[in-house]
Design a protein around this ligand. Structure first.
Ligand code: FAD
Ligand code: NDP
Length: 320
């Protein structure tokens, strides 16, 4: 049986789409992912502790709890959810066809009149020694999300990366940190001139050129030191630091699309400006998989709403 709407992914974008689509009586099926993109169902917020900037929670909310609440709301409104990862998709004819898996185990074939892609993006990590111990205890890949937490306040912090994100995050962190050290692996930024100049002018930021992270050390509970290496001289030094932020780019979770939907030069799904419409009619994208700039739970949720409403309008037009 062909579904009216299949939603792929279960972060804030996917669940908001599910709530709207189910309330529009479209009986959506959500394939929420089985450890897809390196995270559990529920998406990136299940990897953090406190979310303090999602409206409606004046005292903040635990990331896992927020996502469990969204999941319950999707189900209560009539969404069917399967804990499966879409491995292959065929968008060459209608209805669209999908194959889903749990790891390598095939779970089922599905057909859909419309598809909402909400598979998010995965922040790249370096896998430095110490990362396993200190992730979320002084290490993060999202300064805007975590930078204001008490563990980072009034401490020296380190940012790795030389792109716009790294510059933006370093500048943002100067609001809280006593000082920010940026490790840039080349002798120039990748960031735009404006962003680079703003960063170089900021007296609370020291840029360490040709420098890479080597190891993260601490007391077992919190980070205290980042060991770095100058890749020109091989000199190893230690920077006292209360935190380390990776800003080395994100990888959108699009491998299963196998090139069937137009992507931009960074691998993000291209949507028509101001809409969730992709290059294929009836296929919509929302959240971080189509947004390299804002990457916040609330913007993902907002675009999930747009995707569901667009799918509803598309189906109504098809029915004439
Ligand atoms: P995601 O949350 O990435 O969810 C994508 C989902 O798709 C996942 O469930 C994944 O399992 C699933 N998936 C992937 N591939 C497949 C597939 N092939 N088949 C089926 N399912 C698939 N934002 C804030 O606004 N406030 C914060 O405080 C905040 N804190 C953060 C802390 C951390 C540590 C991180 C990493 C991010 C944080 N963010 C925060 C950013 C926020 O989490 C993201 O912007 C948001 O989760 C994006 O939502 P999404 O629905 O687009 O995708
Ligand atoms: P980018 O890919 O642009 O930059 C990644 C940075 O991380 C580069 O400096 C890169 O170094 C460095 N890097 C990558 N891998 C490693 C590694 N293994 N070790 C050390 N350093 C590494 O990603 P961004 O997230 O910064 O930006 C993505 C896109 O989003 C860009 O198009 C950007 O312009 C845009 N953006 C725009 C913003 C704005 O306009 N305000 C804000 C944020 C992002 P190298 O240069 O040597 O490859």
């Amino acid at each position: 049986m062909s579904r009216k709407v299949v939603i792929i992914g279960s972060g804030p974008a996917g669940h908001t789409a599910a709530i709207y689509a189910s309330r529009a009586c479209l009986e959506p099926l959500m394939l929420e992912g089985f450890m897809a993109g390196g995270v559990a169902a529920g998406g990136q917020l299940t990897t953090t502790t406190e979310v303090e900037n999602f409206p409606g929670f004046p005292k903040g909310v635990d990331g896992i709890e927020l996502m469990m609440n969204m999941r319950e709301q999707s189900i209560n409104n009539g969404t069917e959810i399967l804990t499966e990862t879409v491995g292959e998709i065929d968008l060459s004819s209608r209805p669209f066809k999908l194959k889903a898996y749990q790891n390598d185990q095939f779970m089922g074939d599905y057909e859909a009149e419309t598809i909402i892609i909400a598979t998010g993006a995965t922040a790249k990590r370096l896998g430095l020694p110490g990362e396993e111990t200190y992730w979320s205890k002084g290490m993060s890949a999202c300064a805007v999300c975590d930078g204001g937490l008490p563990i980072y306040r009034d401490k020296p912090l380190v940012v790795i990366g030389g792109g716009d994100s790294a510059c933006e995050e370093a500048n943002y962190l100067t609001k809280f940190a006593s000082h920010v050290h940026m490790l840039v692996r080349r002798d120039e930024f990748r960031a735009s001139k404006t962003m680079a100049n703003r960063t170089l002018k900021n007296e609370k930021i020291t840029v360490h050129w040709n420098t890479e992270g080597v190891e993260v050390k601490g007391d077992g509970n919190l980070v205290s030191t980042v060991v770095v290496k100058n890749n020109k001289t091989d000199e190893i030094t230690e920077i006292p630091a209360g935190g380390l932020f990776y800003a080395i780019g994100h990888k959108p979770n699009v491998d299963f699309l196998n090139g069937q939907v137009e992507l931009d030069e960074n691998g993000y799904i291209v949507t028509k400006p101001g809409t969730p419409e992709t290059s294929i009619e009836g296929v919509f994208a929302c959240g971080d998989v189509q947004d390299h700039k804002w990457r916040q739970a609330i913007t993902a949720a907002g675009s999930g709403c747009m995707a569901a409403l667009s799918a509803e309008h598309f189906l109504a037009d098809q029915e004439g």
